[in-house]
Design a protein around this ligand. Structure first.
Ligand SMILES: C[S@@+](CC[C@H](N)C(=O)[O-])C[C@H]1O[C@@H](n2cnc3c(N)ncnc32)[C@H](O)[C@@H]1O
Length: 210
């Protein structure tokens, strides 16, 4: 029997990672998808349903990490938050702006591994959903430190990643999280508020404050 070819995201990720570049494949995948040559597996054309069920009206500043095509950022904006949303892939940022031309969301190209200094302790709500797990584990500690650093005093950080304890091991991406890795967002003054599993145990859903 002929083996099923790997999907484009796996092929591009493997090549990018072999060159020591943990994030280059995202831009390649978005541009290949725009040419109709690949699918971006995480795009749904709608906000994350768990976030939609969780979100409360807000009036402060929110930051969406790995904002992809913008659906989660627009959800928060519609709930009253003043939203900055960033992605390392310029094509994703351009596509989000094009999809929501009247948006008040500030869509920015930025890298979680080297974020703008003015974002330090600047956001009342920080949303991280399945982005850090898409980078190899070597980058995890640095990404988590950046993430924790965005949270303003009194704010809430939401973190959702695939739960290692309940999924079969597979070559990444993604590289699922352990419970201890989720808990490690609680650093430098950030405290864990809640940690549960959702989707029949396959994802963590954790909240933090400072
Ligand atoms: C697996 S997708 C998840 C997208 C979205 N958060 C969701 O829940 O559907 C990961 C996204 O994060 C972006 N990304 C990956 N590494 C990043 C980094 N270091 N900084 C900013 N964005 C990054 C990718 O371009 C991609 O859009």
């Amino acid at each position: 029997m002929t083996p099923t070819p790997d999907p484009a995201d796996r092929v591009l990720a493997r090549a990018s990672l072999a060159e020591g570049n943990p994030t280059g494949w995202f831009e390649q995948l978005y541009t290949a998808a725009a040419r109709g040559e690949a699918e971006v597996p995480w795009t749904r054309g709608a906000p994350n349903p768990d976030l939609a069920a969780w979100v409360r009206p807000g009036a402060g500043r929110a930051l969406v990490v790995g904002s992809a095509l913008g659906d989660d950022a627009e959800l928060l904006s519609a709930a009253g938050w003043t939203v900055t949303a960033f992605d390392v892939a310029p094509s994703a940022v351009q596509a989000a702006r094009a999809r929501f031309p009247k948006s008040t969301v500030d869509y920015v190209v930025a890298d979680l591994l080297n974020p703008p200094g003015e974002w330090h302790h600047a956001f009342d709500l920080v949303v991280e959903i399945i982005n850090i797990q898409a980078m190899p584990r070597d980058f995890r500690a640095a990404a988590i430190t950046s993430l924790a650093g965005f949270l303003a005093p009194g704010g809430t950080a939401l973190v959702s990643e695939v739960a290692e304890e309940n999924v079969a091991p597979e070559p990444g991406p993604p590289w699922p999280f352990s419970r201890a890795e989720v808990e490690s967002v609680a650093q430098d003054g950030v405290r864990l508020v809640s940690l549960e599993t959702i989707r029949d145990g396959v994802r963590y859903w954790a909240t933090f404050t400072r």
